[in-house]
Design a protein around this ligand. Structure first.
Ligand SMILES: [Cu+2]
Length: 242
């Protein structure tokens, strides 16, 4: 009796369906709340901890959450880009802020092996000097994944790196080679990236199961050590005075 079935379903209150849709939407977002902390120590091929390495996680299977359109800030301070390595998700923004009392110029440069890989975004601009209460800045939206090397025409020693990632979970290793990620529950794929790498680092499986876990991960090369920051002197009471 097909006609009977049609009659029954048409009697259901229509308001029932929108609430079901709402429950489903909350269900999709929920896995982010059940995350665990993953501490990753990145080592070079020589076994020594490596700073400035990017650790990225993606779910091994299933739905990846939407990337957050975060804003990452890169300061220009003491003739350096700070931080040296910045990660931002695709769709996010990088804000350059000049904190020195003199002009800086910011430009994208090729990276990769022998600096032959073009940056995923081209830009070139100049920021005027910082004054108390006014630090000139510029915002750039990052719409393609990949690497952008950055430099300054005025100060040839200034170097920095932006990695635009498709991973929702990422962190950069500190001076001790450690990155801390609030990762997704369950099986993930971990990928390492370093500005000096010549070939891509293979992904490896990791599992986050609530709480806190520490693991080690190894790059397939040993990056050269970056020169430490040169003390610039200055007056701590007035960061703009040299
Ligand atoms: Cu400069």
């Amino acid at each position: 009796m097909p006609a009977m079935n049609v009659t029954l379903s048409s009697l259901r209150p229509r308001r029932f369906w929108p609430s079901l849709v709402l429950v489903a939407a909350v269900g999709l977002l929920a896995p982010l709340a059940h995350a665990g902390i993953l501490e990753v120590t990145v080592l070079g091929a020589n076994g020594q901890p490596v700073p400035d390495a990017v650790v990225q996680l993606r779910r091994a299977a299933g739905i990846q959450p939407l990337l957050r359109a975060d804003t990452a800030v890169i300061g220009q301070k003491d003739i350096r880009f700070d931080p040296f390595v910045t990660v931002v998700p695709v769709g996010g923004t990088v804000r350059f802020v000049n904190r020195d009392r003199f002009d800086h110029h910011v430009r994208s440069m090729p990276g990769g092996p022998l600096s032959t890989v073009p940056p995923v975004k081209d830009f070139e601009f100049r920021l005027g000097p910082a004054r108390a209460g006014n630090e000139p800045s510029a915002d750039l939206k990052m719409d393609a994944p990949g690497h952008i090397s950055i430099g300054c025409h005025l100060h040839g020693s200034m170097r920095g790196h932006i990695l635009v990632t498709t991973s929702p979970w990422y962190a950069v290793t500190d001076a001790n080679g450690k990155a801390v990620i609030d990762g997704p529950e369950g099986a993930s794929e971990m990928r390492l990236w370093h500005p000096e790498q010549l070939i891509e680092q293979p992904a490896q499986p990791v599992t986050v199961s609530g709480g806190r876990a520490s693991i080690q991960a190894k790059l397939n090369f040993t990056p050269p050590r970056r020169r430490p920051a040169r003390p610039q002197g200055g007056d701590p009471a007035d960061p703009y005075k040299y």
